[in-house]
Design a protein around this ligand. Structure first.
Ligand code: CP
Ligand code: NVA
Length: 309
């Protein structure tokens, strides 16, 4: 088997994603009630080390991967790129070669998606995308797990996205093609998501529609999702915030979704910008389950990367 990398959801494909989600559900249930740092009974990654490289800030990704590795019986180490030689100009290729000799897998959070691709090209161990400007596949694995846990099947699911056409949306679009669900994207003109990923998802069987009217985006939705209007690495822009304002997820907008619609947000949230307190703290919000599920979903991504799924 050639080296597995998880740079985008398509690297795994729909069958493997379904298998990973099933694995995550089973493993989460099997360790219910255990202290968070206690390894799973089978410790399937015993002795394995994950090296995580961060070129951007993170709370959830760094903690969830660390805890995921502990629960799988392995360990993780966190490298802040700015304090490594990468930050002083050592090449990604040489970094990939060295980390491949010292660790069993590498996770990278960075800006340019080409960097994670280059890391994977020169690494001889699995490489996992912990967020780039293009995509955030690990987040969407947790989102899919959360939706399923709350009783909704993926095929035919109606997802509404509101706000900026960003990395998180790109991975949702990709998932829609692989898992055959529909996404209505409510974005202002000029802030659309990656056109090539939309076309690929449509070809794969996802129903993707870009709409300008936020109510049309949300009408009858099973799941409503948003994210920050200004992503990491983007500069603050008044014009962008003004364009985003009609897409704020508030009670009035949520009233157009199905009565049992779920609200998702990858976090961190900018409360009362892209989402009001009343929605994120309200009865339809599942954002804390979604955050916890980063651990459970990534354990299965790791097991897949090591050829165990
Ligand atoms: N959702 C997410 O990736 O959070 P962090 O930026 O805190 O890792
Ligand atoms: N779109 C956000 C996601 C943060 C987890 C960003 O890239 O900053």
């Amino acid at each position: 088997m050639s080296q597995r990398h998880f740079l985008n959801l398509t690297d795994a494909g729909g069958h493997a994603i379904a298998a990973m989600l099933n694995d995550a559900i089973d493993r989460k249930a099997a360790r219910a009630g255990l202290p968070k740092g206690q390894p799973d009974a089978d410790a399937p990654l015993a002795g394995r080390v994950l090296a995580m490289v961060f070129e951007k800030n993170s709370t959830r990704t760094r903690v969830s991967f660390d805890i995921a590795m502990r629960q799988l019986g392995g360990s993780a180490l966190i490298l802040d790129a700015g304090t490594t030689q990468l930050g002083r100009g050592e090449t990604i290729a040489d970094t990939a070669r060295v980390l491949s000799r010292m660790a069993d897998a590498i996770m990278l959070r960075t800006d340019d998606h080409a960097k994670v691709e280059e890391l994977a090209r020169y690494a001889s161990v699995p490489v996992i995308n912990g967020l780039t400007d293009l995509s955030h596949p690990c987040q969407i694995m947790a989102d899919l797990l959360t939706v399923i846990e709350h009783g909704k099947a993926l095929p035919g699911l109606e997802v509404a996205w509101l706000g900026d056409g960003n990395n998180v949306l790109n991975s949702i679009v990709e998932a829609a093609g692989l898992m055959k669900f529909n996404v209505r994207i409510g974005v202002p003109e000029g802030y659309e998501s990656d056109a090539a990923m939309i076309e690929a998802a449509k070809l794969a069987g996802g129903g993707i529609r870009v709409v300008r009217d936020p109510i049309e985006a949300v009408r009858g939705a099973d799941v409503v999702v948003t994210d920050t209007w200004i992503s990491m690495g983007q500069s603050y822009a008044e014009a962008k915030l003004a364009a985003m304002e009609p897409y704020q997820v508030n009670d009035a907008l949520m009233a157009h979704a199905k009565p049992d619609a779920l609200f998702l947000h990858c976090l961190p949230a900018h409360r009362n910008e892209e989402v009001t307190d009343s929605v994120i703290d309200g009865p339809r919000s599942v954002v804390w389950d979604e955050a916890e599920n980063r651990i459970h979903a990534q354990k299965s991504v790791l097991r897949w990367a090591f050829g165990q799924i």
